[in-house]
Design a protein around this ligand. Structure first.
Ligand code: G6D
Length: 329
């Protein structure tokens, strides 16, 4: 039966670890409702699949590693949006746009914690209350993010939120992965499959322009598993949800397979590059192209382009999103 324990770790604080009879250990922390570590045993050796800092201070400085991102993941072009004819101004924290909820985004918050264990899962429920107007977003909002591990080595991330006023809402987890367990290894030789026939086109500032592009015969074509190579990504893939799995990532030694399925309409894939290279991570010095962020979410720009769906959170219509990550090893 899966269990949860907590411990105090130097430079990190309280770490909540979900573990099962296959010796999978997933550790999360309340700061940013953050995925901190994911250890599986490969040939008897522990392998941490999550790329991130060792210390809390470094996480707080860098912000996004493993964190829950909200209220709106991605970029809001021009740092403004309209709801029922009223224009709201969010914070322009990157090139005149709002990135990841601005400087008061959910990754910067210390969430409340409850743990649970039952016959099939052990988990942590992080909760947060956000006051009306925080970051320029209307609504007194209550958010819950649940991390739960079962004996099938599946980590379930379930999101729930409710608001007392219409607002924008599009959460994600900003987990970075390198299935070799070494941040010093590039992800070039990882095998990636993404069940998306289109990507959303982006502008130079990575905002979306409302158009989509078929992936066929482009660098975005991962409809059949293939090695990532030196491909740089920072793009929203529109998932077709025709198969049980939406994304599969396999380590170069093919000893670890991460299968992702989500209720979200898209996944933003972001490969780290020169900007992040040479940073000291838990699992070594991050090399150029050393990790892949897998961010399941609604398409950034949905507030502007109705063809991408709807990210308005309305009173009496709670937000729900669920993403599962199953590891085979
Ligand atoms: C860059 O454009 C990318 C984002 O998608 C990513 O989330 C961030 O770095 C960490 O701004």
């Amino acid at each position: 039966m899966p269990k949860v324990r907590s411990e105090e770790r130097k430079n990190v604080g309280t770490v909540y670890t979900l573990y099962n009879e296959n010796q999978v250990e997933v550790s999360v922390i309340a700061d940013g409702a953050r995925l901190y570590e994911w250890i599986v045993l490969v040939d008897g050796q522990p392998r941490d699949l999550v790329v991130g800092y060792e210390s809390l201070v470094d996480h707080q400085k860098a912000r996004y590693y493993g964190a829950t991102i909200g209220p709106v993941a991605g970029r809001i072009a021009g740092a403004q949006f309209e709801l029922d004819g009223k224009i709201y101004h969010s914070e322009a924290n990157e090139q005149g746009n709002t990135l990841h909820g601005g400087s008061t985004g959910y990754d910067t918050k210390k969430w409340q914690v409850k743990t649970f264990q039952n016959e099939t899962e052990a988990g942590v429920v992080f909760s947060l209350e956000v006051a009306d107007g925080t970051g320029g977003f209307p609504g007194n909002i209550q958010v819950e993010v649940t991390y739960a591990l079962n004996e099938e080595n599946t980590l379930r991330l379930s999101y729930f939120a409710k608001t007392d006023q219409k607002t924008l809402f599009n959460l994600t987890n900003h987990g970075y992965f390198n299935l070799t367990g070494q941040a010093s290894e590039p992800i070039d030789f990882h095998y990636l499959q993404v069940n998306a026939k289109e990507v959303a086109q982006t502008n130079a500032d990575v905002t979306t322009n409302g158009k989509t592009l078929p992936v066929m015969d482009t660098k975005f074509d991962f409809l059949k598993a293939k090695q990532i190579g030196t491909t740089l990504l920072d793009d929203p893939f529109l998932l077709h949800h025709e198969q049980k799995e939406d994304l599969v990532l396999v380590s170069p030694d093919q000893k670890v397979r991460l299968s992702v399925a989500t209720t979200a309409p898209a996944v933003v894939l972001y490969t780290t590059g020169e900007n992040e290279a040479d940073t000291q991570m838990k699992t070594g010095r991050l090399t150029n192209h050393g990790s892949l962020a897998i961010e399941t979410q609604a398409v950034p720009g949905t507030e502007k382009y109705a063809q991408f769906g709807d990210i308005v959170l309305r009173p009496n219509e709670p937000y729900r999103q669920e993403t599962t990550y199953q590891v085979h090893f």
